[in-house]
Design a protein around this ligand. Sequence first.
Ligand code: AGP
Length: 610
Amino acid sequence: MCGIVGYVGGREAREVLIDGLKRLEYRGYDSAGLALGSGEDLLIFKEVGKVVELERMLQEVPAGSHQGIGHTRWATHGGVSQVNAHPHKDGSGRFAVVHNGIIENYSELKDELEREGVIFLSQTDTEAIVHLVATSFSRTGDILETLVYLQKRLRGTFALALMWQDRPNSIYAIRRGSPLVLGSSEGEAFCASDIPAFLPYTRRVQYLEEGDIAEASPSGIKIWDEKGRPVERPVVTVDWDVTLTGKSGFSHYMLKEIYEQGAALRRSLKGRVVDGKTTVSRELGWNVEMVSKWKKIHIVACGSSYYSALAAERLLEKWTDLEIKVDIASEYRYRHIPCDTSTLAVFVSQSGETADTLAALRKAKAGGAHCLAITNVSSSTMAREVHSLLLLEAGPEIGVAATKSFTSQLAALFMVALQLGSMRGSLAPHEEERLVDELVRIPHKVELLLEKESEVREIARKYTGSKNMLFIGRGMSFPVAQEGALKLKEISYIHAEALAAGEMKHGPIALLEPEMPVLAVIPRDSLYEKTLSNMQEIKARNASLIAVCTEGDSLVPEQAGSVIEIPWTAEEFTPFLTVIPLQFLSFHIGSILGREIDQPRNLAKSVTVE
Ligand code: AGP
């Protein structure tokens, strides 16, 4: 995934673009670049590394440009190099393009263009776009006709911003399959992959639809559909608080977002669990007749979102009579799984832009399923393509590692499960009341637990030299063990693996040795004794044990060298609490190792390419 930004107006373009790229850096940071209009020609500046490297390069460049496009890259086609960094120009230097997405037929286009004498400088698919623009413009002489033709030729996904030397007061933008929003205010206009890029300058936003072509200029924004017909897109005023996208004094976004979880959960629950009942059916547009028709539920996601779905699976089994299937999106989209009007298909995605999850959504929708998105971004592609939408309300999550979005996804999924159980009559009212009564206490219990950060930091110090770590858990704790292993991998780069605790003796126990720490997620629940036995087996083989257990536990400390205690909660809701120490553990091990916590190597906040 990459971040693109464009600006035209009275400000110093490079300042707006650099500021915007820094706000989009969570989307990818292998290299960065920008093109500035300077009247005579388009000046290109690009550098490997993060935006700050590009900023350094620009210090020598004279000011005075008021038109530009910028890009921060997560490499797909072509390695990380200056020549592969965006923007890319055509041979004549009259056009420059930045792109987020993947052009699936780029080899075919490249062959065709090379036969016409075009010389490629990079290994990127994006370069084929700018050459195609130049060659078709030389035939048509009309920019809109050229961009309509471009869409006909390109296969794949693309959000594009384009500059044309002959239009020093315009930026062109096209959106298909990758997010692109427009911003405008008096005498200036913006385009970007995501709203935070230009939020300090304007709150007036227009969302492009699939296939839309736009021309943004200081006098306003014109939009056409993919056939070149003028269209109107509503201007909305976003009420995001700009400070929400800052670090508010924390060292890293990840730490800030770990601490925000109590407040984020309160926002996720607000108005949705009232007087012992779940009320999300209203915003989902569900009625009893509709809900009674469903026979199965598919939940599809990637990464941390998949692990929150696995936790929900166990509760849906308990609270509903539905047949449940939870799958990884990149698998689900290619499998032959029956899906029809009797299916409720749920797509969990913080960004609402993950390519595999989006493809799975479109497959299920085509199959006739009722599609529900659980996402944190109301303007996301997923949010706009489903039948029902449940927003996390967690506030922007900038750190690449999912933290508050994971616990808010748990809350959203659990409310959906409660709602399905109560509407289908498979969950008794008194049981729903018991559960809701505990659910509304979770935000406070999370906040109590956040006070244990320093305890976890001390434990983290012991494990910064580890090369591997095992995470084990049963029932509701197994998905948490999986999430904890992922956090450690993506933040500290230490290899970690999660196992169902009962699986240890089926092979993995052979791995045990003093250098192989094992973290057991063992709250007081119905499987506690089983996991305690596993801990005894592990201890007997001299591996070092860390444990996350319920306050007051006297048996676990006999097995584990390091213990983090969590407040008691109902078995169904232990994931909200057991995950917090794992978030802190990965953060502190990563910090001690000097890792790029908010922007780990090779990662991006949302993977909008397959
Ligand atoms: C989680 O820490 C990772 N950043 C990653 O696994 C993430 O959960 C996954 O890419 C899914 O992203 P989404 O929720 O935006 O779809």
